[in-house]
Write a protein that binds this ligand. Structure first.
Ligand code: DSN
Length: 416
């Protein structure tokens, strides 16, 4: 993918990029927040737009020479508002964390109370973790999943909201395998007079593709990343009601960020167009079908699925019924050796530390992009189980890695 003359100009650096391409093409990518972008998205990301400063917004820039940049950013805004049926969009956040920070900056004062999902039940660092700016600058309280069904506990959420009277409620998660309906969040927010932000980072592609319900009509603000199920470049985006548009734009720039990454904004525009195609609806539905097939096959191998399964692109796997001694950390390391990439993840009520964990998180978005379907999901479950069961036997791990190679050779994301 890298032209020979460019590779020759810096063999050391481009050698690493070549090696990463081989890794992505020949091993299984099951990290739930990753995907494979199209060559068009990568072409925009690697374009001349990386050279341009464009602080401000279309028509209101602090630098000259932005006539084409304005067209690019306006196109991105139009495409994303049309894709999600939103009143206003800010496409400049460099990442999901920046998008969330900008919303807090726009809607809150330092020290205001916010209610978000706790990190150890599937929330995100920016939903109030004490080690994150969110938990240090705002008074976060949290809700989680219920012990009985491991789904969001709306009774608890309402109790906490009534007691703490948050100014903002944050819906959304990074490790939650069920659909998140916006209606109960809206009802509780209205009851306590709170604003509602929906962090759709993980499921934006499922929403765009019609596989999940959209929170856009009922949430005051929706944030998301463009590189997970939405399959665009790494970056963030904010959709908002018109009444918050000015505050959100001011919070992103000049409040939080300097010059926007317009090459990434261009790549976002490409991804928004791709996500509006009928084929993306087929993709989003297949992601959910594949995740469910993988979850079912893993259950058949003796793993326990948090909440009993999945309704989105990811699953959280409790390793303990499969092998009480096996930690998430060990599983991640063993599977890496076998060519299967995923991440350890705390499960609700995990007795082990977040660095060790009793679970792993698995996503189907990237392997679905690579063209895999239900039969491959069943095979992947067998390969995961075999690698973990026979983890002390290097010959077995080599055999699994060979089978992974065969699978990836049939479904290569970036063929030569
Ligand atoms: N790091 C992302 C994830 O893996 O879910 C969230 O920011």
């Amino acid at each position: 993918m890298i032209p020979d003359d460019i590779r020759a100009s810096d063999p050391e650096l481009f050698g690493y990029l070549d090696a990463e391409l081989v890794r992505q093409n020949t091993t299984l990518q099951l990290i739930a927040s990753e995907n494979f972008t199209s060559p068009a998205v990568m072409a925009a990301t690697g374009s001349v737009l990386t050279n341009k400063y464009a602080e401000g917004y279309p028509g209101k820039r602090y630098y000259g020479g932005n006539q084409h940049i304005d067209q690019v950013e306006e196109l991105a805004r139009q495409r994303v508002t049309s894709l999600f049926g939103a009143e206003h969009a800010n496409v400049q956040p460099h990442a999901g964390a920046n998008a969330n920070a900008a919303v807090y900056l726009a809607l809150l004062e330092i020290g205001d109370t916010v209610l978000g999902m706790s990190l150890d039940h599937g929330g995100h660092l920016t939903h109030g973790s004490p080690v994150n700016f969110s938990g240090r600058m705002y008074r976060f309280c949290s809700y989680g999943v219920s012990e009985s069904d491991e789904r969001i506990d709306f009774d608890q959420l309402r109790d906490v909201a009534l007691r703490e009277r948050p100014k903002l409620i944050v819906a959304g998660a990074t490790a939650y395998p069920r659909r998140i309906e916006v209606e109960p969040f809206r009802a509780i927010a209205d009851e306590v007079g709170a604003l509602l932000m929906f962090d759709a980072a993980h499921i934006a592609g499922l929403i765009a593709g019609g596989a999940h319900p959209s929170p856009v009509a009922l949430a005051d603000v929706v944030t998301f990343t463009t590189h997970k199920t939405l399959r665009g470049p790494r970056g963030g985006c904010i959709l908002t009601k018109a009444e918050h548009a000015q505050a959100i734009d001011k919070a992103v720039f000049p409040g939080l960020q300097g010059g926007p990454l317009e090459h990434v904004v261009a790549a976002k525009a490409v991804a928004f167009k791709e996500a509006a195609q009928p084929s993306f609806r087929t993709y989003a539905a297949q992601v959910v079908t594949n995740a469910q097939a993988l979850a079912e096959a893993l259950a058949g191998e003796g793993f326990r699925l948090i909440s009993g399964g999945t309704e989105n692109h990811l699953m959280l796997v409790d390793l303990r019924p499969f092998d009480a001694e096996l930690t998430g950390k060990q599983a991640q390391e063993v599977l890496d050796r076998a060519g299967i990439t995923l991440n350890r993840n705390a499960i609700p009520g995990d007795p082990r530390s977040p660095f060790v964990t009793s679970g792993v998180r698995i996503g189907a978005a990237a392997v679905t992009t690579a063209g895999m379907g239900v039969p491959e999901m069943v095979e992947i479950a067998h390969l995961i189980a075999r690698a973990l069961r026979e983890r002390d036997d290097e010959t077995s791990l080599d055999a699994v890695r060979d089978q992974v190679g065969v699978l990836c050779a049939k479904h290569t994301p970036y063929p030569a």
